[in-house]
Design a protein around this ligand. Structure first.
Ligand SMILES: [Zn+2]
Ligand SMILES: [Zn+2]
Length: 154
């Protein structure tokens, strides 16, 4: 009994001492540690959310509580996909060279500036496409995963 009381006292004393001993420097160190833990926590929450989002998309988890987030994320994914496609098309157009004469074709040209071949004819044959069952984006028919939303084909 005596020992238990002593231990409690000791603990109380140690706690008091800890509070007293904290200088400003130590308080700063504590704050840093808390910040670090908060950041770590945010990363974990982010990763958990990302994983959950993927599960929802693959329909391995069905939970209407997440619909609000899922739809908002899907909206953003569609925008990113669209902008990425536009960017890719722009780059492709900039890099196009005439297959007839090899001259570089300026962005937006309808005809080759050197030999007059219509640019339309120079475009690659358009790949076969399908509509994603989840996001309804037009995606390459051969894609196993939707390049827009990441859902599976079937
Ligand atoms: Zn040409
Ligand atoms: Zn999709």
């Amino acid at each position: 009994m005596q020992q238990v009381a002593n231990k409690t006292e000791q603990r109380r004393y140690a706690a008091l001492k800890t509070v007293e001993v904290h200088s400003d420097q130590e308080a700063g160190q504590l704050e840093k540690t808390v910040d670090k833990l908060r950041t770590e926590r945010q990363h974990l929450i982010f990763r958990m959310g990302d994983k959950m989002h993927r599960e929802l998309r693959l329909q391995r988890v069905i939970n209407p509580d997440f619909a609000e987030y899922s739809e908002a994320i899907l909206d953003i994914d569609k925008k990113i996909y669209k902008l990425g496609k536009e960017q890719a098309m722009r780059l492709e157009a900039e890099q196009t060279s005439c297959q007839q004469c090899g001259s570089k074709i300026l962005n937006g040209s309808k005809f080759c500036g050197s030999c007059g071949t219509p640019v339309q004819q120079l475009k690659k044959t358009i790949e076969e496409t399908r509509d994603c069952r989840y996001c309804a984006e037009t995606v390459p028919a051969s894609a196993q995963f939707c390049p827009c939303c990441g859902s599976t084909r079937e």
